[in-house]
Write a protein that binds this ligand. Sequence first.
Ligand code: AMP
Ligand code: ZN
Length: 466
Amino acid sequence: MQLYNSLTHKKEEFYTNEPGKVKIYTCGPTVYHFAHIGNLRTYIMEDVLVRYLGFLGYDVLRVMNITDVGHLSSDADTGEDKMLKGAKREHKTVMEIADFYTKAFFSDADKLNIKRPDVTQPATGCITEFIDMISALLEKGYAYQAGGNVYFDTSKLDKYYVFGEHDAEDLEVGVRDGVEADGNKRNKADFVLWFTKSKFEDQELKWDSPWGYGYPGWHIECSAISLKYCGEYLDIHCGGIDNQFPHHTNEIAQSESYLGHKWCNFWFHVLHLNTASGKMSKSSGKFLTLSVLEEQGIDPLAYRYFCLNSHYRKNLVYSEEALENAAKAYKKLRQRCAALKDEGEISAEALEGFRSKFKEALDNDMNTSLALTAVYDVLKADENDATKRAAVADMDTVLCLDLLTPYPEEKKEEEEGDPAILAKIAERAAAKKAKDYARADAIRAELAAEGITLIDTPQGTTYKRG
Ligand code: AMP
Ligand code: ZN
């Protein structure tokens, strides 16, 4: 398999440290809010990678952290902890926020057929490991204490900007929102390993440490958690492209200084989901969640299909229209696949031919859109249904689009209602709440024109046709 490596800027033949075994570390979500569909794009594409490695016969160990402490509002170690921000927003404790949004994240992941990692580790569960690693870095002379914090000393490295696309200027980007640059740093690129109460005094979760009562920096989490579960040699490290700098650059600095040797071979970065106005981000407050898509009548797996239709190393632009078109195409594809009968004798030769086209696509730096084309080619082929069905089943172990499960359209409407009508009902309820009765009445009239009668009950609004 040829896989693009962000570290070397080229596609490389994939190799592992141990034969047949792949150890993958993934930066997990910062659980102060719902994951947006941009975050989910990254996890979908990582899931395809994991599943494809399994398809190729590798024994895969995948580890993911849950960031529930230490990720500050700015990547340059300034501003408030994002978790605290979430807690204040919702008048809850940080741990309540973490618990709620971790569950929400996995619920979204389940709907998208994203396989759960083998290990999921909240950062707050590994404080001892962080302290041990920071102590070792101090001992080896790679870290220093200043102003109550412990910093990593980037001047001790031969090369800090390992991905090659960043420089000191990029750090300015992280210092924003009117917060001042940290005067304790010896070098502009230095970053915090441990914060103490001398700074950010309202931090909710703090722990004892040799350097005072405080909390870890965000970057140390991933280094220590990866080392704990994956050992000294990592095969692939994943994340969204915004993690490359400073987060992954800092992870490499810490881990390799601590270990004294190269740490991870492949760096897999997924490019962003953008809207017409730029990158979708949680901090902007304007973002789409999977639940919002569902309210709009979009099947979560249609969003997976939308993502698979473009290459992970290209920005993907979201628009309602593009997603709706993908949803229509997905529904059609699934209906065609699910309609394949279990008739005829499976042709092993044809099956092998289909499989090799599919592999060719994914072996070329995970070309998922070509892998989808391979499914369409199966449907078009002059083979019996049983062979086609077997080929689709094979490919769907990686694509995970539930292609052989009948599309639940009618059943769904019977049980839960038509999503488009339900969305209108929700819009009408919101209009009523906002005392916009003209809009509420207009929605009722609009639906009546389509033969749909709304029934208001104390429990809410339902509808009937005719
Ligand atoms: P966070 O929860 O902010 O720590 O981010 C979780 C993951 O989503 C990280 O791997 C980010 O790099 C990734 N990510 C953030 N924004 C986007 C976006 N707009 N498109 C794709 N991935 C993103
Ligand atoms: Zn990370």
